[in-house]
Design a protein around this ligand. Structure first.
Ligand code: SAM
Length: 342
């Protein structure tokens, strides 16, 4: 290729880049205009509320302006979670009890042009909070629910039930690696395809309410100091004194009810057939053990139905286990490749 051809190509590239930049600017402007138009249409619709609706808002003593703004808050997901669970059945109840199972958060390209930029610095953290949408919920929220570990009912806000008025999940997971717009992580309690709304780094200094310290001689000054300056606003001596007196308190600051803290795991046994099948399918024993030792059955199945046989899909396989409630044990009877339903 001659020098003049190279020069001409360079010139064309320059023009193309300029065009792309202009197009991006136009898209941003159009987005902005469209947003404004939607807002103004929404405002018009809100102002046209029937007299009865207005009375309801006023009777609830929420300022009408605020009521209009908060009646429906719209957010778009920033990405999607990929997990080995195509359906809800068998999904671990908390990410902290499935530390061997891996997933991927894949950020969308319509939130930021370069989503990888939004992840810069995250590799310095070991864990993240993931806020996601329970998109596979089929029943609606009820004020009282029965958690799997409790033979009774409690208020939905005292539980981690996915059936809540605002169906958002909050999970603490461990980062394995970050590549481009993808976060590979360990700790799964989400169905495959769950939309993600936010990701925040886990910072023990902010996210741990207190540390149980029963003897003053074990007082961990470094921990308390670390808690003092999360955003540079809590460095007065008053704050230090307040934290110090809390730390010396013999009372644990974190409380959970017995039905949470007394949760026992089941003994897991693998049948020889399951061992053979898992070896063939290259499925890790530890992962399957984690999935069933915490009893994936719902309270309904376990207590009302007394179901002993339970099957669920994990990646490409269908796992079948037999529970023995009188012995607190469970046997993995079969792990076979899931048959396609197509
Ligand atoms: C008990 S919730 C806890 C979630 C989160 N760690 C929390 O505390 O908010 C986890 C359960 O929600 C259900 N689940 C997970 N992802 C879901 C989704 N996308 N749609 C509906 N249900 C889902 C599964 O049954 C899973 O076992």
């Amino acid at each position: 290729m001659s020098l003049s051809e190279v020069e001409s190509l360079k010139e064309q590239l320059k023009v193309a880049r300029k065009e792309i930049k202009n197009l991006r600017k136009q898209i941003t402007t159009l987005n902005y205009t469209q947003k404004k138009e939607i807002e103004s249409v929404r405002k018009i619709l809100d102002d046209f509320k029937c007299q009865n609706c207005r009375n309801i808002v006023q009777n609830n003593s929420i300022p009408p302006d605020l009521a209009a703004k908060t009646a429906e808050i719209k957010f778009s997901p920033i990405g999607t979670i990929k997990t080995p669970f195509p359906e809800k059945r068998g999904v671990p109840r908390q990410a902290s009890i499935s530390t061997q199972i891996e997933g991927i958060i894949d950020l969308n390209y319509d939130t930021f042009n370069n989503p990888e930029h939004s992840l810069e610095g995250l590799e310095d953290f070991s864990h993240i909070w993931v806020i996601y949408y329970f998109h596979k919920n089929q029943c609606h929220a009820k004020a009282k629910i029965t958690p799997p570990r409790l033979d009774g009912r409690i208020g939905v806000f005292s539980s981690r039930s996915p059936h809540r008025p605002c169906p958002l999940g909050l999970s603490l997971v461990e980062i394995i690696k970050i590549e481009g717009s993808k976060i590979y992580f360990k700790g799964i309690d989400m169905v495959d395809g769950s939309p993600v709304f936010d990701i925040k780094p886990y910072v023990p200094q902010y996210d741990t309410p207190s540390k149980e310290i029963s003897h003053p001689e074990y007082f961990d000054l470094e921990f308390i100091n670390a808690r003092e300056a999360p955003d540079g606003q809590e460095t007065t001596s008053d704050c230090v004194m307040a934290s110090t007196s809390q730390a010396f308190s013999s009372k644990p600051m974190v409380r959970v009810p017995n039905w949470v803290s007394n949760a026992n795991t089941l003994a897991v046994i693998f049948s020889s057939k399951a061992i053979e099948q898992m070896t063939e399918l290259k499925i890790e024993f530890e992962s399957v053990k984690q999935l069933i030792e915490n009893d994936p059955r719902s309270a309904y199945l376990r207590t009302k139905h007394k179901s002993q046989i339970f099957s669920f899909q994990f990646s490409e396989a269908t796992i079948t286990a037999k529970f023995d409630d009188s012995n607190n044990s469970v046997t993995v009877v079969q792990v076979r490749k899931t048959q396609s339903t197509l």
